[in-house]
Design a protein around this ligand. Structure first.
Ligand SMILES: [Zn+2]
Length: 68
């Protein structure tokens, strides 16, 4: 019974570590999405004329870059 207990504990521990890893990746994805959303919000909130320089820093006009 001792060996059964040990392997069950090992599986549980492995599951816990895998879960932690999945949580970490989910948190990283969430953080990345959050940053992208913030950038996108900033992009949209700023009123950009179609003939103004694109705020991405490409030096192109907005209509020829991200304003398409
Ligand atoms: Zn651009």
């Amino acid at each position: 019974m001792q060996s059964y207990h040990d392997s069950a504990g090992a599986i549980q521990r492995e599951f816990f570590l895998a879960q932690k890893d999945a949580d970490m990746h989910a948190a990283m994805d969430e953080r990345r999405a959050q940053l992208e959303a913030q950038g996108a919000t900033r992009f949209h909130r700023t009123k950009i004329g179609r003939n103004d320089t694109c705020p991405c820093g490409s030096g192109k006009k907005y209509k020829q870059c991200h304003g398409r």
